[in-house]
Design a binder for this molecule. Structure first.
Ligand code: URA
Length: 241
């Protein structure tokens, strides 16, 4: 892919476009060993060697991170008042990363963060019905009747019942623990489904999205890059579905 030198460096998070135009004009960038002062110079992202302020800057088209989202952080790129999930990815190179879908501020767990817009689109498309698995603590007894109701689909006030969801009771008591698999991503869906059967979610954590499973070594707030196998599996699953 051929792109302008200033875009190349902006994509790699070395500064804003206007800062980079200035820096390039003042001789801070080189391409294949030669100082390049034209921000509009086209560079080949695969073969040209770009150096900025003495540091080689290899091009990375896509970045993929798995975050164990902590509670209290919002699923956004930037926000005036709150920490954001993208802000937690300190090693990010690209400046166009975004979360794939949202978890509520108080929800924890698996969040994919990438700049691969086509993948994000496939994973979020309502037509693809990508499985999402959640662990939750529910105040009140979760019963076999709830399991049936979740399987049948619930009216959560959208005018259209939810798709059949798989509810597994891990323990039932004053606070019950459950696993839930849903194939949609409606706003506050898990909380609204329990609300529809008269119960409250008091803790919610996403464990899986399609083939991507939350790495149990990641503590809340920790993240890692996806492995090549995870990326390949995610990409092909989205296409097959
Ligand atoms: N369902 C919810 O209610 N909240 C989330 O964060 C995710 C799914």
């Amino acid at each position: 892919m051929k792109i302008r030198l200033d875009k190349y460096l902006t994509d790699m998070g070395t500064g804003t476009r206007s800062e980079l135009k200035k820096a390039i004009r003042s001789g801070k960038a080189s391409v294949n060993g030669r100082i390049e002062k034209k921000p509009e110079r086209k560079v080949d992202t695969e073969t040209d060697e770009v150096v900025f302020q003495g540091q080689p800057v290899p091009y990375l088209e896509y970045e993929y991170y798995m975050l164990n989202k902590p509670a209290g952080v919002i699923s956004a790129v930037s926000d005036r008042n709150n920490d954001t999930v993208v802000g937690l990815i300190r090693e990010r190179r690209r400046n166009d990363l975004a979360p794939v879908g949202r978890l509520d501020k108080d929800t924890e767990g698996l969040l994919l963060i990438t700049n691969d817009g086509a993948l994000a689109h496939r994973l979020l498309s309502p037509a693809k019905h990508v499985d999402k698995v959640y662990f939750a603590k529910i105040s009140g007894h979760v019963t076999e009747e709830d399991v049936l109701l979740f399987r049948q689909g619930l009216d959560i006030g959208d005018g259209k019942p939810t798709l059949p969801a798989e509810l597994t009771i891990c323990s039932s008591g004053a606070v019950s623990e459950i696993l839930l698999t849903i194939r949609e991503g409606r706003f506050h869906q898990v909380k609204r489904m329990f609300h529809a059967v008269g119960k409250e979610v008091c803790y919610l954590k996403r464990l899986r999205m399609g083939p991507l499973v939350l790495d149990s070594n990641l503590k809340p707030g920790e993240y890692r890059r996806l492995t090549e196998d995870e990326v390949n599996e995610l990409c092909s699953t989205g296409k097959k579905l």
